[in-house]
Design a protein around this ligand. Structure first.
Ligand code: ADP
Ligand code: MG
Length: 402
């Protein structure tokens, strides 16, 4: 893989660099409308940006935000992201008001050595995500025209490398393309998990749906020593064991698949022994802790129970390698956050090589105030990290000579 460090070695002072970043941060709604509620992805983009800035490159950042459906949408403007990035870098980041139009052209023209500018949300242009290769190519050509054919491309948006999109793949075949430091770090961490990791190797999976995670379960199960399952998905597994799950999240169509996974050789899957149930899906609902095989009718399981937290925690404490994806409960509501907090803290406290994957899991770490530096790696790419672990080829990595 050609990296940004190779590019830096060749000297980039005065050279224009088009950088694809993943700055798709959550924005508040309601009273904090438009404010960035978690700037983790902006922070993750800093190492590559700072290195290019220090080397005197003229950096043009392209990124997406939200789901603007191929049309300009003020609610998905990257302007607040440019402001936050500027604060973190301690330098002004000029923000264009279009993707490849007049504003983008004059913004790029105005760049001096070591300056950073940001193009408007690339998904304001429908060609970015078009299934038609010719349409994507046309946008990529315009991006290249904008930065000049002697520019270099740096791919640092790990969260989008699984996407066949103009600013991810098509530009990378038109300019000398290099992996940024974030992409390199992500690939190194995830490769450890699919290679020959130190044992015991424990994977903790949660989140909402089994169907989202089935491919990764099937890919990892043969490699791991233990697979701990919590979150909404545990109820389909509990149902597969013949237990009633009340009104908990249940994917009926997946019950047979879960049965098959539970019967797989090795008996590696561990399910919750107790769960926190609620009278309704609300922070102020009545709650109880019950055995996992005894969820009454009308009640909803929204977290793993304290006994399960202890079992899962001792498993990850004894691990040498841990991968965690998916919250153990509805951590967004404090009565159902203890499971995620307990397991996440145990992973953070362990001496193992620890990787957190999944957008909501990474957000949970920050929301619950767990020290991020206690994990070996927190992936910024939910879908991309899962597809990597599933063993799928990722088009945005393949173009980097991966
Ligand atoms: P990630 O983004 O980390 O991969 P997912 O997107 O799969 O995680 O799932 C995250 C969501 O799962 C969270 O919003 C959380 O509230 C929800 N969740 C966790 N446990 C449950 C549960 N028992 N019932 C319903 N939703 C749950
Ligand atoms: Mg998610």
């Amino acid at each position: 893989m050609r990296t940004v460090d190779d590019l830096l070695d060749s000297g980039v002072a005065g050279r224009t660099v088009l950088l694809r970043a993943d700055l798709n941060v959550p924005l508040g709604d309601g009273s904090d409308s438009g404010t960035i509620t978690d700037d983790g992805r902006i922070r993750a983009a800093l190492p590559t940006l700072q290195a290019l800035q220090d080397a005197g490159a003229r950096v043009v950042v392209t990124a997406h935000l939200g789901r603007p459906e191929g049309l300009p949408d003020p609610a998905s403007s990257l302007a607040p992201v440019a402001t936050r990035l500027g604060e973190l870098l301690g330098a002004e980041v000029a923000a264009a008001t279009d993707v490849v139009g007049d504003s983008a052209r004059s913004t790029v023209r105005g760049l001096g050595d070591g300056d950073i500018a940001m193009l408007e949300n690339v998904r304001f242009d429908p060609r970015e995500t078009s299934k038609d290769q010719a349409e994507r190519a046309a946008l990529a050509d315009e991006l290249v025209e904008l930065v000049g054919t002697d520019a270099a491309f740096v791919s640092d948006g790990f969260g989008v490398v699984h996407r066949e999109q103009a600013s991810v793949v098509d530009v990378a075949v038109r300019l000398p393309a290099h992996a940024g430091r974030l992409v390199r770090r992500e690939v190194e961490a995830l490769r450890t998990l699919t290679g020959d990791p130190d044992r015991p190797y424990v994977v903790v999976l949660g989140g909402s749906k089994v169907s989202d995670k089935l491919a990764v379960i099937e890919s990892l199960l043969p490699r791991v020593d233990t697979l701990l399952i919590g979150g909404g998905m545990c109820f389909t597994f509990l149902a597969a064991q013949g237990h009633a799950v009340g009104s908990s999240l249940l994917e009926r169509g997946m019950i047979e698949t879960c049965k098959g996974l539970l019967e797989a050789p090795g008996g590696k899957i561990a399910l919750p022994s107790d769960v926190v149930i609620a009278s309704e899906f609300a922070a102020d609902a009545d709650t109880r802790t019950v055995p996992a095989d005894d969820v009454p009718d009308g009640w909803t399981g929204l977290d793993i129970g304290p006994d399960t937290v202890q079992r899962f925690a001792s498993s990850v404490t004894a691990a040498a390698t841990t991968f965690w994806n998916g919250p153990m409960g509805v951590f967004e509501m404090s009565p159902f956050a203890a499971g995620t907090r307990g397991v996440a803290q145990a992973i953070a406290d362990s001496t193992a090589f620890t990787v957190v994957g999944g957008g909501d899991s990474a957000a949970a770490v920050r929301a619950l105030g767990i020290d991020e530096s206690c994990f070996s790696h927190i992936s910024t790419g939910g879908g991309a990290s899962l597809e990597f672990l599933e063993g799928k080829p990722l088009p945005g990595l393949a173009v980097l000579g991966e």
